[in-house]
Design a protein around this ligand. Structure first.
Ligand code: BTN
Length: 318
């Protein structure tokens, strides 16, 4: 294990009590100067470590950044998060994850960023990604045909909504296909991308963005968990919860269980509403009456006929 993690473990074990540089050096088999360098590196990573002259180092607070070692501490999943790659700042975690997946990275690999400079949303939109948000991309390799990807992306939306709700106490609804909503304000979204052949998916990148502690200014109503809950959210803990909830749902999904759809529908803000779906070349208006096994939104049109929609921008009318 890397020295910095061993130092944090030793400081955590000591509680608030200081641990001397000498003791750390002895335990790690390195010099006291080397210990000092690692302490400085940890401070730069956001750990609050007090240096007490003649007595050593005391840990006053963990880093609030979703660093690999913090996300993995106490993570109870089996495969999601076995490998975590953290960037303070990156273009898009989905792009990084796609490259890693192309190079063979295993299922469950997670890419996380403190902020994104080229965050991407659905429908070729950009995704504002300032510090304080959750930006994560997960690599999955399900043995499913490409047509099943829409369902996987609904599943990811459900997982993110459940995790954000239980973690922050803020009730989260879903606007089809997978916008995380607090009433009519958007608080997060999912961008699911895949590569594969006609018959089977090679890998999918599930990108999840949640406005946890950050404000964004886009031309739709938005909010943050912090604003709604009245207190800042522990981003690292929230990420762990997303991975835990998502893994459970995903395992059911691989076994072919379809019960998540009922769970999804219960959270749906879209069902029962009059909606307008904007697609690149057409607009469809109707009443949203169901979401089917493929993840399509079923609309009852004015003439009484039904139409399934698999993609597009969904606007709630009333
Ligand atoms: C949406 O349009 O609602 C989906 C937004 C998805 C944003 C996330 S943030 C992490 C990952 N990286 C990206 O560039 N996009 C997704």
């Amino acid at each position: 294990m890397e020295y910095e993690s061993l130092i944090i473990d030793a400081l955590l074990e000591a509680g608030a009590k200081p641990v001397s540089g000498e003791e750390l050096a002895g335990r790690l088999g390195i010099s006291r100067t080397a210990v000092w360098k690692h302490i400085r590196a940890l401070q730069r990573e956001g750990y609050h470590i007090e240096v007490l002259r003649g007595r050593g180092y005391a840990l006053k607070g963990l880093s609030s950044r979703p660093l690999e070692r913090e996300v993995r501490r106490g993570l109870s999943t089996r495969r999601f998060g076995k490998r975590v790659i953290y960037y303070e700042r990156v273009g898009s975690t989905n792009d990084v994850a796609r490259e890693l997946a192309r190079q063979g990275a295993e299922e469950g690999t997670v890419v996380i960023a403190g902020e994104q400079t080229r965050g991407r949303g659905r429908l070729d939109r950009s995704w504002e990604s300032p510090e304080g948000g959750v930006f994560l991309s997960l690599i999955v390799r399900p043995h499913i045909p490409p047509a099943a990807i829409s369902r996987l992306s609904l599943l990811a939306g459900l997982a993110a909504a459940k995790a954000a709700e239980s973690f922050s106490g803020v009730p989260i609804g879903l606007k089809w296909p997978n916008d995380l909503m607090v009433d009519d304000r958007k608080v997060g979204g999912v961008l699911c991308e895949m590569e594969g052949e006609a018959e089977r998916v090679d890998f999918a990148i599930v990108g999840i963005g949640i406005d946890a502690n950050c404000d964004v200014s886009v031309d739709i109503p938005t909010t943050s968990l912090k604003k709604e809950a009245g207190a800042a959210v522990d981003i690292t803990g929230l990420i762990r919860e997303v991975l835990r909830v998502f893994e459970n749902l995903y395992e059911g999904f691989l076994r072919g269980a379809a019960d998540f759809l009922e769970d999804y529908k219960e959270r749906s803000q879209t069902l029962g509403k009059d909606v307008k779906i904007l697609q690149p070349k057409r607009e469809i208006a109707g009443k949203a009456v169901d979401i089917d096994g493929e993840g399509a939104l079923v609309l009852r049109l004015r003439d009484g006929s039904y139409e399934r929609v698999l993609s597009g921008d969904c606007i709630h009318l009333r």
